[in-house]
Design a protein around this ligand. Structure first.
Ligand SMILES: [Mg+2]
Length: 267
């Protein structure tokens, strides 16, 4: 796939490692948002993180100088609840390994929390994980509940450390049940198809901007969406060099992307 920046009408943007790292905005992040707004381009911030709601992300972003409304944010928690709604328009019983914002999105769509007799086990990142939760999730899946994962990220990057992510919890439940989850977040395509739908966009005039080969770039390829990568997050230049999987365009950082994009538009 070749990508010309002049053809990009809609941009899906990963947050962690692209717009900020930890609590710190990255160079060019606020400027990118203003650029998209001024040019009237479609944009949606798409994150695998299910532990904050869109409103909470808005608060965090505004605190870093980015004026983004909750309608422009799709979390894997919201995407998972929407996906379940398409399967069960009238709701169903769910057992959740996850945090309050994920539970709230499910309850908003008519799902009720239950235990071992759940129809679905939904697992996201849960910093309050304990043996009882793993036990109930395992028993429900062994009894026939459908196993859904918000996102596959095995680790979560802090400023200087990698700590267990949702994928590590999914792996524990998979090991105990011999069942692999249906995954909603990147690099699976459910969340990206929802993103296009929310924007009323086609894959052809959309690009995905991310920092991770194994989620953002792979997800974009699978969904037929062109990919733009910056090197301010997880994946390193050496990894991109060594990888079979390559983004359509690679920039060191957002200021480089912005200057190329402006130049392409203004000639
Ligand atoms: Mg990222």
């Amino acid at each position: 796939m070749t990508l010309r920046l002049t053809d990009v009408q809609n941009l899906l943007i990963d947050m962690d490692g692209v717009l900020y790292r930890g609590q710190t905005a990255l160079d060019g992040a606020a400027e990118l948002i203003r650029f998209l707004q001024t040019r009237d381009l479609g944009y949606l911030l798409v994150t695998n993180n299910s532990t904050l709601s869109p409103v909470q992300f808005t608060e965090r972003l505004v605190g870093m100088g980015m004026d983004v409304a909750p309608e422009h944010i799709l979390t894997s928690g919201v995407a998972t609840a929407e996906y379940l709604r398409t399967l069960e328009p009238n709701g169903a019983g769910v057992f959740v390994v996850g945090e309050a914002p994920l539970i709230a999105e499910l309850e908003k769509r008519g799902f009720h929390l239950t235990g071992r007799d759940a129809d679905y086990v939904v697992c996201g990142w849960d910093k309050g994980i304990n043996f009882d939760k793993l036990r109930t999730a395992t028993l429900a899946i062994r009894d026939g509940a459908t196993f859904i994962g918000t996102n596959p990220d095995k680790t979560y990057p802090l400023e200087n450390d990698l700590i267990p992510g949702a994928g590590a919890l999914l792996a524990a439940i998979s090991a105990a049940t011999d069942v692999d989850p249906i995954i909603v977040g990147k690099p699976e395509t459910i969340i990206l198809e929802q993103s296009l739908h929310m924007l009323g966009a086609d894959a052809e005039d959309t690009a995905l901007l991310g920092d991770r080969l194994d989620t953002d770039i792979l997800g974009g390829k699978r969904a037929g969406i062109a990919t733009i990568m910056v090197l301010t997050g997880i994946s390193t230049p050496d990894e991109v060099e060594a990888s079979e999987l390559k983004p359509d365009i690679l920039f060191p950082d957002l200021p480089a992307l912005l200057s190329a994009w402006r130049e392409a538009l203004e000639g």
